[in-house]
Ligand binder design. Structure first.
Ligand SMILES: Cc1cc2nc3c(=O)[nH]c(=O)nc-3n(C[C@H](O)[C@H](O)[C@H](O)COP(=O)(O)O)c2cc1C
Ligand code: SF4
Ligand code: SF4
Length: 410
């Protein structure tokens, strides 16, 4: 048995680990969720229930586009819309899954546009089916026939919808944040005032992934036309990480957070928890690599906790938040300088070109193409380290108090 405790309490529910499947096609049916639970996921957010006025089913095809870095997914766009399984079937399956897997957390994502009775009806049906919590979805970037309600969904509507649902049911209500709105803290505060028990963050980022240069049609092309889509996968992590930190630092909010955005391995999950997330949702990576990535998530998290001396996963929530401050408050006391490690350098001179054209012209090189740094000109910006393809061949160093040089990590 492991000597660290991966268990997490979230919305009154005791989870065996912090990992939930996000609402995506991975969670559109009972059979899929059962397989995911058997694989080791602690919970799942059922793909959004509730149709949209004026949108016909089935959905369009194709509905995805992606970009990759080598064999690894970099970013993903979808123009997928909600759950195509009939509502009655979904609620029946939900109820069955909950009966068979009482120790797994089942969250129902619901959507009711700006219509109170729709929200109330979906919320009550989900509660009656036995779900452990609701996730309110009014944040999909390609939802609806460019929806008056969607596009204009201001913070006050976040409060209003949350309060409708809050009054209709007694189970916990999680509000999913919209990364396309200007201020996630304002959204979070309004959700809290409306009665939210937790926030999930975030839905996909409104995007156009690219344009096909042969056909001149943006991707994905559906019979020669396209639309704005939702951006997800590793590329969105820095944006969502910032949003989680914004929510985690806001003393007026103070709600548990469930992070979703580009988690493909335990590392991103740990980063989200260190910046304040209690649970972590995984969408695109589970679609891309399969449910089995839960093994990497749990074993990696366990290894990290052991390595860093945490007895419980819950102990690391928000631990990195106090290190954040505003840029003017950062120290100017210890300027860094670049140093080249000759034995590792392969002479590609990327650092030289970058410093010449994007830096401070501090790098020269010898006849063997090995760079050296003019310490007087070096501004310590670290561009050379960023572009160097060999780890450790160029480092940022600071003179310590005793004059000894120390390497500083980025
Ligand atoms: C194909 C696809 C379908 C999605 N469908 C939904 C949905 O029905 N409801 C919802 O709230 N979010 C939906 N999302 C957003 C995800 O739940 C998640 O918030 C987002 O993708 C970020 O996480 P990721 O980078 O791990 O995918 C969908 C995402 C993808 C990629
Ligand atoms: S980029 Fe790195 S490997 Fe290339 S020349 Fe500079 S220090 Fe050497
Ligand atoms: S740290 Fe910046 S200024 Fe200094 S050598 Fe590298 S790129 Fe040039």
């Amino acid at each position: 048995m492991s000597s660290v405790d991966l268990g997490i309490r979230f919305c009154g529910y005791q989870l065996e680990n912090p990992f939930l499947l996000a609402a995506t096609p991975c969670t559109h049916s009972g059979d899929m969720i059962k397989r995911a639970f058997d694989a080791g996921w602690a919970g799942a957010v059922w793909k959004t229930l509730g149709g949209i006025e004026g949108v016909s089913k089935p959905g369009v095809s194709p509905c995805y586009a992606s970009s990759s870095l080598g064999a690894h997914l970099e970013s993903f766009e979808n123009i997928d819309m909600g759950n195509e399984v009939p509502l009655d079937v979904s609620f029946r399956e939900l109820s069955q899954v909950k009966k068979e897997y009482p120790h797994k957390m089942v969250v129902a994502s619901i959507r009711g546009e700006m219509n109170r009775s729709k929200w109330e009806d979906l919320a009550r049906r989900a509660e009656d089916a036995g779900v452990d919590a609701l996730e309110l979805m009014f944040s999909c970037p390609h939802d609806a026939p460019q929806a008056e309600w969607q596009e204009s969904l201001g913070e006050s509507n976040t409060r209003l919808i949350t309060s409708w649902v809050r009054a209709a049911v007694s189970i916990p209500v999680i509000v999913k944040m919209n990364p396309n709105s200007q201020d996630v803290r304002a959204q979070g505060r309004q959700a809290k005032i409306g009665g939210a028990d937790a926030l999930s963050c975030a839905n996909t980022v409104r995007c156009i992934l690219g344009v096909n240069l042969e056909t001149l049609v943006p991707v994905p092309s559906v019979a020669g036309r396209s639309c704005y889509g939702g951006y997800s996968g590793p590329a969105v992590k820095p944006i969502v990480l910032r949003m989680i930190a914004d929510l985690g630092r806001d003393s007026e909010i103070g709600l548990p957070l469930s992070a979703a955005g580009g988690v493909a391995s335990w590392r991103e999950a740990v980063e989200y928890m260190l910046l304040g997330a209690t649970t972590v949702q995984v969408g695109t990576a589970a679609m891309y690599y399969g449910f089995r990535i839960i093994d990497d998530l749990t074993s990696g998290l366990e290894g990290f906790l052991l390595d860093r001396g945490f007895a419980r996963a819950s102990e690391m929530i928000g631990v990195s938040l106090p290190y954040l401050c505003l840029q003017p408050a950062l120290s100017r006391e210890f300027p860094l300088k670049a140093r080249v490690e000759r034995s590792l350098c392969i002479g590609c001179l990327r650092c030289y070109v970058a410093c010449r054209d994007g830096g401070y012209q501090a790098i020269q090189h010898d006849s063997e193409r090995i760079p050296w740094i003019d310490q007087g000109r070096c501004r310590g910006c670290s561009l050379c380290v960023v572009v160097c393809p060999v780890g450790g061949a160029i480092r940022m160093t600071a003179a310590g108090k005793d004059g000894e040089e120390t390497t500083v990590q980025g």
